[in-house]
Design a protein around this ligand. Structure first.
Ligand code: 3H9
Length: 691
């Protein structure tokens, strides 16, 4: 298949880009487009550019990033199209994004089908538009509207694009028909080329304020702020000088580690659901979901399911609790209406027709999938699953939303362990994107496939995890929590730790996270693990002390911080210093850099063990888990990508250094040592797994 199909229809040349799945503007596409244009200039009176299949062009080919550019590069291809002697029309459908929109802006006229979306999402990949987008778009829309599109990266609808003059026309039909008709109308009207580069510069605005706002919002990310400066040149410099400046700024971002991190995140997010064990395996049909337990998690799961069009039956222990759960779900749905995610009419319809509550398991005897979200206790869970065994219909998927417990043991309390799986949602379950799909020893492949299909319907990112205490995410969290607790015991304050780690880019510091989750959760886990604790483990008791004082975090108004304003609490520091005195510890200073290095070394070390133990299939599964469930900064790509970029030898060296004061906690993961010895990276393991 040629990258661009050429057809001559009367005197109009049709250039159809054929590069599935999303018609990325690869080298082959760029070269073939220019060949087609030259042919059109010899044979035709107008040229139409369109995309084959599901979309126009979704952008530059991301696979080419980081490799030497191959001529014709996209900016040159766009300039050549704009300079054509023929009127060039772009006929859009699907998504015209990034380089795809830039290509359309280099055409002289743009027509689109109504559900087309256009945008410049480059900043989400750590770069900025680099094929004229920062110069052509503001000439059409004005600087402010262009900045909104470029700095957020959010696509806009065809209607909005028409209002902003990005589109000239919206037409029903297919891109081929609407492109041909529009080209014919342009010829009939005697119109010629209409290059945006010849349009006047946009009026200047307060770019310094936009720059400062983009920097603040970026929390360490530089792409959006850099793009502001590029748009500024559109107001201040002649078009081709502006293009030159755009190229320089684009190339700087292309060379940045942030670009590497964000592109890794883009591909990792798509790779997580690609599992060899699921190839050719059909998922089970799910229409009705039963949820057991109407607390925060159960209500969140019910809400997420309702928002994605499932019928939901929620079972609580008695009528009162069922009513309470119903009102929690309705409040969550109200929130979705307020956020514009749901219309008031659909809200009313869902709550009436799709949602029922009950206090008896017989209500879920028709459910295709049952998700248990009861108290986190093995005995309670075993009882629930034993009861489900009697009630659930044959073939129903039986899922547990446990965040730590052994799914194999839970499965053993039923006569159908093949149907049992872990579905670990994150709180609030109707908002958080991550779903850990925990595959037990006996889980049938079609049950795993059903978990992934459910995640897709719920628009969640699903990661396969094996069975162990805490699965991927909470197991790693438990380890880096130990590292930060030890630092606090040795002299750092919880507030310094939180600040150092939010400066690193974490969405929240670990102590603020504990307060949000509830300190009683960690307390229960510590008690559960106490009998099997290694005697060499350092066990700080300040967290237990806070719980003994009834400080469970936000919900009680006090935890590590004082709420509602999250103020630091001198009493907490006093409790910590008393414990240091009891243990004979002389507190020492920690720099923010040391806090960050210890935190990351602990995270990467445990993550390496998680991969080695097969709990995560690949390092990228860890990255996606930490990005979508634990507030790890996306622009760093995830902990494993971060470690690769630091150099694994540097991370290992840090671990050896830290081991000088605690050689039990800082035992290097054998996988990390092996990779360093072999001079390989975590990403090499990702690539190997993809073969
Ligand atoms: C840019 O344009 C820079 C220029 O300004 C300057 C240049 C000089 N390239 O997401 P999906 C793959 S930067 C290569 O699952 P959907 C994707 O990996 C770019 N491959 O589908 C996946 O592969 P696989 C600006 C790409 O329907 C497959 O296509 N553009 C690209 O859910 C299907 O993707 C963007 O940032 C690409 N550009 O969503 C848009 N895009 O099947 C990025 C996708 O092997 N793309 N693939 O896993 C998207 O946002 C979504 O893919 C899209 C479709 C909305 C288009």
């Amino acid at each position: 298949m040629t990258a661009v199909r050429y057809e001559l229809i009367d005197n109009i040349a049709l250039l159809t880009i054929q590069n599935p799945p999303v018609n990325a503007a690869s080298h082959a596409v760029r070269a073939a487009l220019l060949n087609g244009l030259e042919k059109a200039e010899r044979e035709a009176k107008a040229a139409v550019i369109l995309g084959d299949g599901r979309t126009f062009v979704a952008g530059a080919d991301i696979n080419e990033f980081g490799k030497p550019p191959m001529a014709p590069i996209l900016p040159d291809a766009c300039n050549r199209i704009e300079a054509s002697s023929l009127p060039v029309i772009a006929a859009l459908h699907g998504t015209a994004l990034g380089g795809g929109l830039e290509l359309a802006l280099s055409a002289h006229y743009r027509v689109a089908v109504p559900d087309t979306k256009v945008g410049l999402p480059e900043v989400t990949l750590g770069i900025m538009p680099g094929a004229g987008g920062t110069q052509r778009l503001p000439r059409l829309t004005g600087a402010e509207a262009a900045l909104k599109i470029i700095t957020t990266g959010r696509p806009i609808s065809a209607d909005e694009a028409l209002k902003l003059s990005i589109l000239d026309k919206i037409e029903n039909g297919n891109p081929r028909e609407i492109g041909l008709q529009y080209a014919q109308a342009i010829l009939n009207d005697g119109k010629g080329p209409r290059p945006i580069s010849a349009m006047p510069s946009p009026t200047t605005i307060d770019f310094d304020s936009w720059h400062a706002a983009a920097l603040a919002k970026g929390k360490g990310q530089i792409a959006a702020a850099t793009a502001v400066r590029a748009v500024q040149t559109a107001c201040e410099l002649p078009f081709f000088d502006g293009l030159k400046r755009e190229r320089e700024l684009f190339s700087n971002l292309m060379a940045s580690p942030q670009r590497q991190g964000l592109i890794h995140a883009f591909f990792a997010e798509r790779a997580v659901s690609k599992l060899p064990e699921l190839e050719g395996v059909a998922s089970r049909d799910i229409k009705q979901i039963g949820v057991i337990g109407g607390g925060t998690m159960g209500a969140g799961i019910a809400t997420a399911s309702l928002l994605s069009g499932f019928q939901v039956v929620l079972v609580e222990r008695d009528e009162n609790a069922a009513q309470k759960a119903r009102s929690t779900v309705e409040k969550m749905l109200d929130g979705a209406v307020q956020r514009g995610k749901l219309s008031p009419e659909t809200h009313a319809k869902i709550t009436q027709d799709a949602f029922t509550t009950a206090s008896d398991y017989t209500a879920i005897s028709t459910a295709d999938m049952i998700i248990e979200a009861v108290f986190e206790n093995m005995g309670v869970k075993r009882d629930v699953f034993a009861a489900l065994d009697k009630t659930a219909k044959p073939g129903a998927v039986l899922a547990s939303n446990t965040s730590y417990l052994d799914i194999n043991e839970i499965a053993s309390s039923t006569k159908r362990p093949k149907d049992v799986i872990g579905l670990h949602f994150f709180s609030p379950a109707h908002v958080m994107k991550l779903l850990e799909i925990v595959v037990a020893d006996a889980t049938a492949p079609d049950v795993t496939a059903t978990g992934f299909a459910l995640a897709k319907r719920l628009r969640k990112v699903a990661v396969r995890a094996g069975v162990c205490d805490g699965f991927i995410g909470n197991r790693i969290l438990a380890h880096y929590r130990m590292a930060v607790d030890n630092m606090v015991l040795d002299g750092a304050s919880p507030y310094q730790v939180d600040r150092a780690l939010t400066d690193f880019g974490m969405a929240m510091g670990p102590y603020a996270v504990s307060d949000l989750a509830g300190l009683d959760i960690g307390w229960a886990t510590r008690k559960r693990k106490a009998p099997n604790r290694d005697p060499r483990e350092r066990v700080p008791s300040f967290a237990d002390r806070l719980c003994e004082l009834g400080r469970f975090g936000r919900k009680t108004g006090r935890g590590y911080y004082i709420y509602p304003n999250q103020k630091e609490d001198p009493e907490v520091l006093q409790i910590i210093s008393e414990e240091r005195a009891d243990q004979g510890i002389t507190p020492r200073d920690f720099t923010d850099d040391e806090i960050q290095r210890r935190f990351m070394a602990a995270m990467v070390n445990e993550a390496a063990r998680v991969v080695e133990d097969g709990i995560a299939r690949r390092p990228l599964d860890v990255d996606v888990t930490m990005l979508f469930g634990y507030g790890f900064p996306r622009w760093r790509g995830g902990p494993m990508k971060w470690a690769d970029m630091q150099g694994l030898d540097t991370v290992l060296h840090n671990i050896h250094t830290f081991a000088q004061d605690d050689d039990w906690f800082w035992q290097p993961a054998p996988l990390l040592e092996k990779l360093v010895t072999q001079g390989r990276t975590f990403d090499d393991l990702n690539k190997k797994a993809a073969l």
